[in-house]
Design a protein around this ligand. Structure first.
Ligand code: URP
Ligand code: ZN
Ligand code: ZN
Ligand code: ZN
Length: 462
């Protein structure tokens, strides 16, 4: 199955790359292929798809006085189990730090530890004249996109003046501007007012981070992008009104793209409200879960179908309950933001195929092919074709499991945000550059198998 169609074919892998797609029984290579290969993986009745590309992860991210609980080792292994063969993680420039130093620190965390190939986006957390200069050097480092935050004042936040200047660099260099679009200063006032009223439970995180705050920031980012001519990619979108802004900008011919995540398709603010005690903390992320009654989840599926949204990433940012999420007992503002999903994205999105929200081809497009194009990896990644890296997943539509922390969990967390989720189908076999790293219930990969990917500029930009 590719982004554009499906066919019965054999895939011939030679070393790390795909050599050929062959009609079954083909003698194209002058001999009986099946007789001359080292190994045959029988995928009869199963889907053969390009390995998943998760364009948004945060391994070992320092956040809220703690650090995301998956290391590059544990997080990439969990990704592999779930049929994802590439991640793009966010290197962080913190306040007062040089961009080059932030990027170097991320290389240090990842190098030699990953099970699958990985690239980096750069978080620009401190726009100064020095960092605006340093940003120009990022494409040469294979980092062709950077993220800014309109939220989290005092942490990653940039104001409009800073965003405008960074977008000018984006326009000049062709780097993609990625935006966390929420009006942080206004949200922080609302959050303080809720806490002052004694409304401190996890649920109020979502009340403070109202959809108006996402729509407004998305619109503002779009207008700044229009003014500067910067290409804009809005990350982790959850509000239907914000997605309407992206759709509007695209209709104007702007290079504006939108990403959503499985949590915004399946989980809701109502369920968070209905969960007992502090349980709702496991679903605290930003942007927040939205009201199902308001129709946000339905709208996200529709936008994926109609291409108002182009990609699905996880925003994998796991924290344990114990000693991590629990920092926010009595004050939702202190709950570290994030959900762990890197292992489940391919499965969760396949459920959209089963439910009739998207086609098989669209599943591949949203989870692999478009991320590859968007982030300058297409050709080697995101497609099964001669010359491409042999990053291949055999997905079996048969079988039924329920996600359980004890049963199916490989992420370094003490709970699952997806506990009890029913999954049709499963990942059977995963190849990363020709090496079988998941074979049924066996993990055959190794720490250090994954290589750093120097990315080209986005292949969506003209
Ligand atoms: O809640 C989230 N999304 N945590 C990760 C950091 C970010 O804003 O992407
Ligand atoms: Zn964000
Ligand atoms: Zn994120
Ligand atoms: Zn199977």
């Amino acid at each position: 199955v590719s982004a554009t169609g499906r066919a019965a074919a054999d895939v011939l892998v030679d070393g790390e790359t795909v050599r050929a797609l062959l009609q079954p029984g083909s003698t194209l290579l002058g001999a009986d292929v099946a007789a001359s290969v080292d190994r045959v993986i029988d995928a009869t009745g199963k889907y053969v798809i390009p390995g998943g590309i998760d364009g948004h992860t945060h391994m070992q991210l320092p956040f809220g006085g703690t650090e995301a609980s998956d290391t590059f080792e544990t997080g990439t292994r969990a990704a592999a189990w779930g049929g994802t063969t590439t991640i793009i993680d966010y290197a962080v420039q913190t306040y007062g730090q040089r961009i080059q130093d932030g990027l170097a620190a991320w290389h240090e965390k990842a190098a030699g530890n990953c099970a699958i190939d990985y690239g980096f986006h750069q978080i620009v957390g401190d726009v100064t004249s020095e960092s605006l200069l340093a940003m120009r050097g990022l494409p040469e480092e294979g980092v062709t996109s950077f993220k800014m935050f309109m939220a989290y004042p005092g942490v990653f936040y940039s104001d409009d003046a800073q965003i405008l200047q960074a977008m000018q660099v984006s326009r000049e260099t062709g780097m993609l501007t990625m935006m966390h679009a929420e009006n942080g200063p206004a949200i922080d006032v609302l959050a303080q007012q809720l806490v002052d009223q004694g409304k401190t439970d996890p649920y109020f995180h979502g009340i403070a981070r109202a959809w108006e705050m996402e729509e407004e920031a998305t619109h503002r980012a779009i207008m700044l992008a229009r003014l500067t001519g910067a290409p804009l990619y809005v990350v982790h979108m959850s509000a239907k009104q914000a997605v309407a802004q992206v759709a509007w900008a695209r209709d104007q011919g702007q290079n504006v793209f939108g990403e959503t995540c499985p949590q915004y398709l399946y989980l809701s603010l109502e369920e968070q409200l209905g969960s007992p005690g502090f349980e709702g903390a496991k679903w605290v992320c930003s942007t927040p879960l939205r009201s199902r009654a308001e129709g946000h989840q339905d709208a996200m599926w529709q936008a994926l179908r109609t291409n108002d949204l182009q990609t699905v990433a996880t925003d994998h940012c796991p924290f344990c309950m114990k000693d991590q999420k629990e920092l926010g007992l009595g004050d939702f503002r202190k709950i570290p933001n994030g959900i762990g999903s890197v292992e489940h994205r391919m499965d969760l999105m396949y459920q959209g195929v089963v439910a009739g929200h998207i086609t098989l081809e669209r599943w591949v497009e949203l989870t692999s092919t478009t991320p590859a194009r968007m982030f300058g990896l297409y050709g080697t990644k995101g497609v099964i074709q001669p010359g491409a890296d042999a990053d291949i997943v055999v997905y079996d539509p048969a079988g039924h499991t329920s996600i359980g922390y004890d049963a199916t969990h490989h992420m370094n967390m003490d709970h699952s945000a997806w506990e009890g989720f029913e999954i049709d189908g499963h990942v059977d076999t995963v190849l990363s550059r020709g090496k079988v790293i998941v074979d049924g219930n066996s993990y055959l990969g190794a720490k250090g198998d994954g290589r750093f990917l120097r990315r080209d500029l986005s292949q969506y930009l003209v």
